[in-house]
Design a protein around this ligand. Sequence first.
Ligand code: SAM
Length: 220
Amino acid sequence: SDSHFPIPTSPAHVDFSLHFPKFVEAENKISKKVEFADIGCGFGGLLISLATLFPDTLMIGMELRDKVTEYVKERILALRRTSSDGQYENISVVRTNSMKYIPNYFEKGQLSKMFFLFPDPHFKEKNHRRRVISTHLLDEYAYVLRAGGIIYTITDVEELGEWMKACLEKHPMFESLTQEELDSDPVVELLCSATEEGQKVARNGGQTFRAVFRRIAYVS
Ligand code: SAM
């Protein structure tokens, strides 16, 4: 349960210095803020791909399962140890319930990208409130994302894909990326290819349903 992991009382109380030791400067202060969050990161495949694509950006995975979080930690430490040129210092993972504690971790406008890749579908109608994309949670995501920040969602469950897209379409703080923008964003192709879940779907020849939206600056 939640009592088994620490919950920061506010973003000011989050100490990422142990997560990103190579980015620590004088007085144990970290030189940068986390900018990307992979929500329900699973085994961490996306973070590992993004680490080398954006070597100067700090990224955090958020994962509810203890063992999976520990596995991702070890995986990142092993990559750091074997990397000859200081790669993978910019990614890390925390164990938390993202549906409850996103505002405890990030301040207003801190994030430039959020990822929700192959989230649990929660098929039954009475469990829809447990879905990681909802109108209510989008309010929180709009708060922690900066204007122009991007939210990436993908699933192999058509009904969930429609649901996530519909929630984003009707939210006043988000607008869809154009096809041209999707084509020129190098992150988009990683949504399937880099995550363990995406690779599984690809192996089985499954379809995927994607929604990529921008956090707008203001509502006119
Ligand atoms: N994104 C990964 C991928 O594409 O390979 C993992 C997808 S997996 C189907 C969904 C993950 O979300 C699981 O690892 C699960 O433990 C995690 N998860 C579910 N609810 C969560 C929550 N409230 N907070 C954080 N992680 C959660």
